[in-house]
Design a protein around this ligand. Structure first.
Ligand SMILES: [Zn+2]
Length: 166
């Protein structure tokens, strides 16, 4: 428990990658051993709703709530000029392409309430609003807290309480 958070993150990422044979879904970039992940292949899930998350751990946290019935898009991180991470290093152009090519009713941004999360949300809202409605989950979590550690009730409320981006 005394390990720095970063180290634990890297370790859990490595575990997840190992379990899925280090593959990514071609559509949403979630960890997957098949070209398309189970969620993208599931016809029961609505195709016109995309929830954007920073990484697969956040996706798994949201799946635990069993509330969300749409698809996902995994960015692979957040925009962070301090760490030299620009938009071009994330799965952003692939997201815009998805939204542009299919009729998407709503894009839900489920990014942490941090400087990086806010920066990325504003950037994505500006890009995507010409195409579709963009909302952001409104969770009652302290600034900087990690989505993956939030409990199911908090995440369910966060999804239900999402607000349109201005
Ligand atoms: Zn997928």
């Amino acid at each position: 428990m005394r390990q720095p958070e970063e180290k634990i993150h890297n370790f859990s990422n490595a575990l997840l990658a190992a379990r899925s044979q280090v593959g990514l879904c071609q559509r949403c970039f979630h960890l997957s051993s098949d070209p398309e992940c189970e969620i993208c292949r599931n016809d029961q899930r609505s195709k016109d709703l995309i929830c954007v998350v920073a990484d697969s751990r956040d996706l798994i946290a949201l799946e635990r709530t069993r509330e969300y019935k749409g698809r996902y898009h995994v960015l692979g991180g957040l925009i962070s000029p301090m760490d030299g991470i620009g938009p071009e290093m994330l799965q952003i152009s692939s997201l815009v392409k998805r939204v542009d090519q299919a009729s998407i009713k709503e894009v839900i941004l489920a990014l942490t309430p941090s400087v990086e999360g806010d920066t990325t949300s504003l950037y994505l809202a500006r890009l995507l609003k010409p195409f579709t409605k963009v909302s952001r989950i409104a969770y009652g979590l302290p600034v900087g807290s990690e989505l993956e550690y939030a409990d199911e009730v908090t995440l369910t409320r966060a999804l239900e309480g999402r607000r349109d981006m201005e």
